[in-house]
Design a protein around this ligand. Structure first.
Ligand code: ZN
Length: 84
C-alpha cells in the first residue's frame, strides 16, 4: 500500500515538474519586431512640389490637415509649407 502511495506521489511530482518545464519548450519562438517591412518602406511616394517619386523611407514628411505629404528634399518641403 505504501509502495502504491509512493508511486502515486512520484507520479504526481513528475507531473508537476513536467507541467512547469513543458511550457518552456512549447513557448513559441518570439519573432523580434524589426523595422517596418521592406515593401512598405520602399513604397514610392510623390513629392507634390516637384512631382518626383521617392521611396517613402528617404522622403521628408510634412503633415497638413491630417494628411502626410512626402518630399524629396528640405527645399521642396519648405516650399510646400510656405505655399499654404
Ligand atoms: Zn522635390
Amino acid at each position: 500500500m505504501i509502495r502504491l502511495l509512493l508511486l502515486a506521489l512520484t507520479g504526481y511530482v513528475s507531473y508537476k515538474v513536467l507541467q512547469r518545464v513543458l511550457p518552456w519548450f512549447w513557448r513559441p519562438q518570439i519573432q523580434p519586431r524589426g523595422p517596418q517591412p521592406e515593401v512598405q518602406a520602399d513604397e514610392l511616394v510623390q513629392d507634390p512640389v516637384c512631382k518626383v517619386f521617392i521611396p517613402r523611407r528617404n522622403a521628408l514628411v510634412a503633415r497638413r490637415e491630417g494628411q502626410d505629404f512626402f518630399f524629396c528634399s528640405e527645399g521642396c518641403r519648405k516650399k510646400f509649407l510656405q505655399k499654404s
